[in-house]
Ligand binder design. Sequence first.
Ligand code: E4P
Length: 217
Amino acid sequence: MQFFLDTAQLAEIEQAAAWGILDGVTTNPSLMAKAGVRDFAAHYQAIARLTPGPVSAEVIGVSYADMVAEGRQLASLAPNIVVKIPFLPDGVRAIRTLSAEGIRTNCTLIFSPIQALIAAKAGATYLSPFVGRLDDIGHEGMALVRTIRQLLDTYKLPAKLLAASLRHPRHVLEAALAGADCATMPFAVMQQLFSHPLTEKGLAQFLADYAQLQSHA
Ligand code: E4P
């Protein structure tokens, strides 16, 4: 499973790339606003330079014509840009058009298996089911990831399953067990993947024992 960072913060992307575990980045208009981005095009190019894999850049328009025009423009910014399009009737149509032109797309805001099936049939490269937001309203978000996996396998659809809106390391593990191709997560969650109290305790003990040995030498 590939590890994507869900952020528009360049410092976070740089750090995750330095760890060597960064496979891609996803952004959305809220994350861009949170990062205080003014020049979206330049910022996407900066993210694309730092990322050793796909970078999802979301359209703002909601009409077919706007999404297609914006999608073409975003795709021209860097070779690793993937155009993120919301699941809407016009969005699905835009995915079909962009995909016929060889432009990779990520269908976002997926909350049901049928939405995922429709987007996959339209040619979406990635499908983004939002796990955490479903959990927030009392559903089991990960069940959606499992069902989409089944649909993609049953119909041999090539769309990649990108588990999104992940809130903690357990979500990341569950996405991997559910057969997600990629998991996108906030920086804090990626950072948490490294930590285990027994690893920290074990290392502290190793270093203490070594220091004691040195003091007797
Ligand atoms: C997906 O690509 C979205 O950017 C993201 O995962 C949404 O997460 P949130 O529900 O934590 O905002």
